[in-house]
Design a protein around this ligand. Structure first.
Ligand SMILES: Cc1cc2nc3c(=O)[nH]c(=O)nc-3n(C[C@H](O)[C@H](O)[C@H](O)COP(=O)(O)O)c2cc1C
Length: 244
């Protein structure tokens, strides 16, 4: 068994690998365990508006490579993990949270819930529907206008437009993707996140519904000798870090 790297070691080891070693296979079960780490990422309102498609089938790998515009990182990948943002699943996920909370609070009458318990249940039964209920982007715009008026007088949540909700779902999906890539790095496996793809084709290949959105496709394998294209570049830390 390969010893796991510590967090900082794994973060420093991770690079976007464009060429994977064709002679080194990766263990599907271990990749799956890294996806299990992915879902432990924090997620907005714990709605978990994400799905992960772990591709090991040669035929699907080939189809997805074409949809990834024939990028080397896809072409040479042993497996792919497609991270999908599922904003459209908010009702199911809110319901799952309610069931979970009720299972924790125990079976009791409505009036027996404590204030904190009532607040948590209302959060998923009232607040989340008020934010996520949408109709062609129109409801979101109306809500946005109302919230901005309220915002003139007090701090208020403003991310209620359809575009905001999409960002919210993609943000959490991105965090899960990073959990996955760091977990892979920790066991000496490599990855390459890709957004360079024909997402419509990817959705068709995976038979995803209209509301699903491709967050990123992650090539997986073990780096070949020339798999990392160059030294890692970051703009000077002082230009991105501000202590107040
Ligand atoms: C959301 C996202 C999309 C990316 N899309 C691609 C891609 O389509 N193809 C590719 O070769 N690299 C892609 N990358 C990798 C970046 O180019 C890479 O992270 C960056 O150059 C820094 O290099 P490093 O990851 O080795 O530190 C993507 C990275 C992210 C986070």
């Amino acid at each position: 068994m390969i010893p796991e790297k510590k967090v900082t070691e794994a973060i420093q080891y991770r690079r976007s690998v464009r060429v994977f070693d064709k002679d080194v296979d990766i263990d599907t079960e271990k990749v799956k365990q890294c996806v299990q780490n992915a879902v432990l990422a924090p997620t907005s309102s714990n709605l978990q508006l994400w799905e992960f498609y772990h591709i090991t089938d040669e035929k699907v790998l080939k189809q997805l490579t074409v949809a990834c515009l024939d990028q080397n990182a896809a072409k040479t990948a042993k497996q792919l993990v497609v991270v999908v943002a599922r904003k459209d699943l908010w009702k199911q996920r809110a319901k799952a949270n309610v069931s979970f909370l009720k299972s924790v609070y125990g079976d009791k009458a409505k009036e027996e819930y404590s204030r904190r318990e009532k607040f948590a249940l209302n959060y998923y039964q009232k607040l989340i529907p008020s934010i996520y209920t949408e109709f062609l982007g129109i409801l979101g715009l109306l809500k946005y206008a109302v919230f901005n008026c309220i915002g003139l007088f007090r701090p208020v949540y403003r991310q209620v437009r359809l575009s905001d909700l999409r960002i919210v779902a993609h943000k959490s999906a991105g965090l899960a993707a990073q959990n996955f890539m760091i977990s892979m790095a920790a066991i000496g496996y490599d990855t390459c996140p890709m957004e360079g793809s024909d997402t419509l084709r990817v959705k068709k290949i995976l038979k995803l519904p209209r509301g699903a959105e491709i967050n990123m496709i992650i090539g997986c394998g073990v780096r070949s000798e020339n798999g990392v294209y160059g030294p890692q570049f970051r703009v000077p830390f002082e230009t991105t870090y501000f202590e107040l």
